[in-house]
Design a protein around this ligand. Structure first.
Ligand code: UDP
Length: 474
């Protein structure tokens, strides 16, 4: 029985795919040690059947104080601001010694490490233990490869205008990206960290992407050729056990019931879901524009709101009369929504998304078109894949990138932008119907990829074989 040690990045959008990876490996008979921290352990969503899988959770104490973080900041979404990101990565890297100590005593011994590519320090752990390390990219191949090319060619060096688009060199299609819209806008310490990640990716024994071969074959192949090592496309990981999407959404029961019964009353493919993931926080003026756009659209909607200030948003809700005017046509959720369950409900027709990769993939698996509203990180690259390559998206047309953790009062899309994009994505005319048909076809391909003998299913088996062979060689 191979023993995989999985080290997720401590953030909602990263830990979820890694837990799905754990389930996929464990359901193939591998033993999995899933490294986490006490607070993250409490947040990990559990799915039916998890209890029967050979997954050992290893909560390591997170060294907040030693790294200069406020106590309790055990995940990226809990940080008080972007300035703490360096400390956060330092704290993650301090897990190395306790992890190595634990794994030296582990029975059976570790066969290999699968760690988030955002944890470059895990390369040293694998080398100390003499086991292979595979990096899990939580970006798609398109965006991972795009980022690699921008980073190794230092495309923004000497360019002072952060909004100036630069062509991405050595990329299979013509793509331009500005520094403001590239992942460099995310980390606050930019290229230094990206360089560490790239260096460890180059030393890794291979990479794993949460995507599937049929979705972006050109980019999986080009990335693999450039890297000169194996890339296993094993996604969508959340489908790997062929479980209905509704079973793994992880929101509290009351919200799930509320959304479920609201959707039950709506016509097939009539409702829109609006949600910007776990990290983005919208300014009050921007929320007002979204509200007016949704109101004017005349379509049923579930709006998942993560406001910069919840108190201000709630005050506005009660003063403005928005909920009274839209009545039963709209549902506003201010907590964690059961996104996968909503997307997979027959009443949902489209998704207004920030283009976080998990959200895009969940929408693809649900077979729905999207309205793209990128904020930061890999999201502008994902938008290009969705809109220009897959042709299943309508851009809302954001005028500026937002920077994670930096509050602005800025409005990047107006009520008219929202209304127009919703009209286009829900349009039943020739163009809209063709887009919806392409999205439905991609949804079928996603399920085929994880079905027995599908490309992702085969890749997962090959990955397990690879690690076992490496172990045998050592
Ligand atoms: N998510 C959810 N409910 C919410 C917000 C987010 O279930 O209210 C889930 C969503 O389904 C996805 C993940 O959280 O699996 C967000 O990951 P993504 O990569 O889309 O964006 P990020 O949060 O990393 O920006």
């Amino acid at each position: 029985m191979p023993h995989f040690v999985l080290v997720p990045m401590l953030a909602a959008g990263h830990a979820g795919p890694m837990l799905d990876m754990a389930r996929a490996l464990a359901s193939r008979g591998a033993l999995v040690t899933f490294v986490t921290t006490p607070l993250n352990l409490l947040r990990l969503g559990r799915a039916p059947g998890d209890g029967e899988l050979p997954i050992r959770f290893l909560p390591l104490r997170f060294p907040c104080t030693e790294a200069g973080l406020p106590e309790g900041c055990e995940s990226a979404d809990a940080l008080p601001g972007i300035d703490f990101l360096r400390n956060f990565h330092d704290a993650c890297a301090m897990l190395r010694a306790p992890l190595v100590a634990h794994l030296r005593e582990a029975h059976p011994p570790a066969s290999g490490l699968v760690s988030d590519t955002c944890h470059p320090w895990t390369g040293a752990v694998a080398r100390e233990l003499g086991v292979p390390r595979l990096g899990l990219e939580t970006f798609c191949a398109f965006s991972s490869f795009c980022m690699r090319q921008m980073s190794i060619h230092s495309v923004f060096e000497g360019i002072s205008d952060h909004k100036r688009p630069v062509r991405v060199p050595g990329f299979p299609i013509h793509v331009e990206m500005s520094r403001a819209r590239s992942p460099e806008n995310f980390s606050g310490f930019g290229k230094v960290f990206a360089d560490e990640v790239m260096a460890e990716n180059a030393r890794a024994d291979g990479l794993v992407v949460n995507s599937f071969a049929e979705l972006e074959p050109l980019f999986v192949d080009a990335y693999e050729a450039a890297l000169g090592k194996k890339i296993w496309a094993v996604g969508p990981l959340f489908l790997q056990r062929n479980m209905p999407l509704s079973a793994t959404s992880g929101s509290d029961d009351a919200t799930a019931v509320r959304c479920g019964s609201w959707l039950e009353q709506k016509k097939p493919r009539s409702a829109v879901l609006v949600s910007f993931g776990s990290l983005a926080r919208s300014s009050q003026p921007q929320l007002v524009e979204i509200a007016h756009g949704l109101e004017a659209s005349n379509r049923p909607f579930i709006w998942v709101v993560k406001p910069a200030s919840l108190a201000e948003f709630e005050r506005w809700l009660s003063d403005d009369g928005f909920e009274r005017r839209v009545g039963d046509r709209g549902l506003v959720v201010t907590g964690w929504a059961p996104q996968k369950a909503i997307l997979s409900h027959p009443a949902t027709g489209a998704f207004v998304t920030h283009c976080g990769w998990n959200s895009v993939l969940e929408c693809v698996a649900a077979g729905l078109p999207m309205t793209t509203w990128p904020h930061f990180g890999d999201q502008f690259m994902n938008e290009k894949l969705v809109v220009d390559v897959l042709r299943v998206g309508v851009p809302v047309g954001v005028k500026d990138a937002t920077q994670w953790g930096v509050e602005t009062e800025g409005v990047v899309a107006t009520r008219e932008d929202v209304e127009r994009a919703l009209e286009a994505v829900m349009d039943g005319g020739v163009v809209g119907a063709a887009r919806q048909a392409r999205a439905a076809e991609l949804g079928r391909k996603a399920w085929d990829a994880v079905a027995r003998g599908g490309s992702s299913d085969r890749n997962m088996s090959l990955l397990v074989d690879f690690v076992e062979q490496m172990k045998a060689t050592v």
